[in-house]
Write a new protein. Structure first.
Length: 344
């Protein structure tokens, strides 16, 4: 419903133009952002604060136009003054790290296997002889410590930078290394941003071929800040095939498009299940929807990963399946994806 309402709002807004840049207020306008929930819309437009007075009439016109939309209960229009995030300003990134490729693993919603993918993808890259690090940026639900089988705390070097913990030849950093496994992270936005910056700039990562970032699910402040402030090479979107997951996957794709980060591809996770008794394939969450979505957004379809009991067992035990069962079908699929990304 929210996605449909956003589309209707864009249909109305595309007839209006930014009074300074003269750009249409459509989906291609990276300064424009629309969020809808339960019939309430929040619309933000990034502007130069010195020109704020020139947007007064536009605000009135937009409010009047949007009143006609059926099902829209309220509209809040704000003009923000965020820093320019175009390609020309990428050298001024807040988060700096010496990695040839920085890839964000993202999903529009939780529970689709994003962290499991991030860990096994990192291991698969290591298996093709790449120097790999993994940053667990999921502040509220860090999974990398458990999935990598690490229960130590990182130490600081003489430069007061944290030394990432290494397992299976992969450098790892997670907020989960610094707090107890059962300790909730009850932090507000500024604290989260400070913690993320510390895990970038305050860690002695060394030289990496790939840094894999396990993003929090969703498209909130942490995700946008990381996308804008780190020199991302691209992102990989994880989704299960059912419609409810794809709605949120589209949001993740659109978020990256808006901040000029390329989507390297989409993975259909939990695509099917092979019954251990009858050996038949069962498509529990529908099938093929993610591939169609990749075609729609003109990005790579990286492959299908099954719902696999052994994957869950090995992840809980801290033994990534690409190492613990390298000849398994799912381990081979992770290697295929790693090779695809390495060639992009």
């Amino acid at each position: 419903m929210s996605e449909q309402l956003i589309s209707t709002i864009f249909e109305k807004l595309k007839n209006f133009h930014d009074p300074i840049s003269n750009k249409a207020l459509d989906r291609n306008n990276l300064a424009l952002n629309i969020v809808c929930k339960d019939g309430h819309a929040n619309i933000s437009l990034n502007i130069d604060p010195k020109n704020e007075y020139k947007y007064k009439d536009l605000s009135i016109d937009l409010n009047n136009a949007l009143k006609e939309i059926r099902g829209l209960l309220s509209v809040n229009i704000v003009f923000t003054a965020e820093k320019n995030t175009t390609i020309q300003n990428k050298e001024k990134r807040r988060f700096q790290i010496n990695a040839k490729n920085i890839i964000a693993i993202a999903s529009g919603k939780g529970g689709v296997g994003k962290s499991t993918f991030a860990v096994n993808f990192a291991v698969a890259l290591k298996k093709i002889n790449k120097n790999v690090g993994i940053l667990d940026a999921d502040i509220y639900g860090p999974s990398v410590p458990r999935m990598m089988g690490i229960n130590e705390k990182p130490k600081a070097n003489e430069n007061k930078k944290l030394i990432p913990l290494e397992k299976y030849g992969i450098k790892c950093m997670s907020i989960g290394f610094l707090i107890g496994e059962d300790t909730p992270t009850i932090w507000r936005g500024p604290m989260i941003m400070k913690a993320l910056e510390q895990m970038f700039n305050g860690v002695e990562w060394g030289e990496l071929d790939y840094l894999i970032i396990d993003l929090p699910p969703g498209t909130g402040d942490a995700q946008i800040t990381l996308a804008q402030s780190s020199k991302l090479s691209g992102s990989i979107i994880i989704s299960t095939p059912q419609d409810i997951a794809l709605i949120d996957a589209r949001k993740a794709i659109n978020m990256f498009n808006r901040v000029n980060v390329s989507v390297l591809g989409i993975v259909e996770n939990m695509s099917y299940f092979i019954c251990s008794n009858c050996n038949e394939r069962h498509e529990i969450f529908s099938y093929g929807s993610v591939k169609k979505e990749a075609e729609k957004y003109k990005t790579n379809f990286l492959g299908e990963l099954p719902l696999d009991k052994n994957l869950r067992i090995h992840s809980d035990e801290g033994h990534p399946i690409c190492l613990s069962d390298p000849e398994s079908n799912i381990a081979k699929k992770y290697l295929e994806i790693a090779n695809k990304i390495n060639k992009i």
